[in-house]
Design a protein around this ligand. Structure first.
Ligand code: KG4
Ligand code: ZN
Length: 330
């Protein structure tokens, strides 16, 4: 079965061709990062326009690199949300047009289901599994007892982890997007700055607004006193505190639900500190962290999720499929 998938929920225009839910025949990603860099963040209206500019070319490239034609495609999968509504609509309309013109079934896929299924590209998922979702908009622990069954165990009460990384980077005057830069500097520093205790939230709940404010105060106080901060150590301290709570709560969930597998999903899964700590602290379980290319937004993950959604639910969407800026994972 060959799936053509489309992702356009934020600032990457991406189309991928997936065979049998696991083999990536192509995964073309046009990143808009350089366009948004000047503004220090994604500008929604500009993002929509960039998607319009890129989408047709990305479709053509994905088909040609995979060496398939439209007649070979059995299913079209597209991100339906959550995301920037204008951006989503560009991908959804392109997917609908391709589906309608070629009479191919269509499924709308939840963006986070995509991030989760990035872990099924290299090896099969084993259930029950615990998934740590860490992206620019989400931080949550999810239990899956089978394919396409998502039970939310807990989530952040305020900021998402990726959002906190980006804000901290901005406060430190680092480049956008901040997550990868903070991660890189953290590798060159030591966690010598005291950080607030992040384990106070009950159960599987998280909170990152406190550490974000702490970091902003740290920088402002240093500026006012004309003191130089050891930026590498500041980044290392922040990263240590954040990854500690993520891994500790994951460990609790693995034990409580007797998970056979632990997976990490979302852009922050690219974080070197987190990847290392997961393997160090969770030794007696099968662990999967996506290949770096499949951590941040891409259509391959949407194609894999779309494949499993289609075979487990046997339900398709119609031309009435809409985009959703917010929508629950279910
Ligand atoms: O999953 P993603 O591509 O988009 C959303 O669905 O939100 O995640 C983007 C987020 C950004 O906040 C970015 O700074 C963060 O992932 N990120 C990282 C790293 N690479 C990307 N955060 C920490 N360390 C990284 N290496
Ligand atoms: Zn994402």
């Amino acid at each position: 079965m060959i799936v053509l998938s489309v992702e356009s929920s934020c600032d990457e225009t991406s189309v991928s061709i997936i065979k049998d839910g696991t083999i990536v025949l192509s995964n073309i990603v046009f990143s808009q990062i350089d366009v948004h860099k000047a503004y220090g963040g994604v500008v929604p209206e500009i993002a929509s326009r960039e998607h319009v500019k890129g989408i047709t070319v990305v479709f053509e490239e994905a088909l040609s690199e995979a060496n398939v034609t439209k007649e070979d495609i059995d299913l079209v999968a597209v991100t339906k949300g959550p995301g920037l509504i204008g951006s989503l609509l560009v991908g959804i309309n392109a997917a609908k047009a391709f589906s309608f013109a070629n009479d191919i079934p269509l499924v709308g896929v939840h963006h986070i289901a995509g991030h989760i299924y990035a872990n099924a590209i290299e090896e099969p998922l084993e259930f029950p599994l615990v998934c740590l979702v860490v992206s620019g908009g989400h931080t949550e622990l999810i239990l899956m007892r089978d394919h396409y069954q998502f039970e939310k165990l807990g989530e952040t009460q305020d900021d998402a982890v990726g959002e906190a990384y980006d804000k901290v980077a901005r406060t430190l005057g680092l480049d956008y997007p901040g997550g990868p830069v903070v991660d890189k500097l953290a590798q060159q520093g030591e966690p010598t700055y005291p950080m607030p205790d992040l384990t106070k939230q009950p159960g599987y709940m998280f909170s990152f607004s406190g550490i974000k404010s702490h970091m902003i105060n740290l920088v402002h106080n240093a500026n006012q006193r004309n003191e130089a901060l050891r930026v590498n150590d500041v980044c290392a301290s922040f990263q240590e505190a954040v990854t500690d709570v993520l891994v500790e709560k994951s460990k609790q969930a693995i034990t409580e639900y007797e998970a056979k597998m632990f997976i990490v999903a979302g852009g922050v899964a690219a974080n070197k500190g987190l990847r290392k700590k997961v393997y160090e602290r969770l030794p007696n379980i099968k662990i999967s962290v996506p290949d770096l290319a499949y951590c941040t937004d891409n259509a391959a993950m949407i194609g894999v999720a779309g494949y499993y959604q289609y075979i487990t639910r046997e339900k398709t969407d119609t031309m009435a499929l809409k985009g959703f800026s917010r929508t629950p994972l279910k």
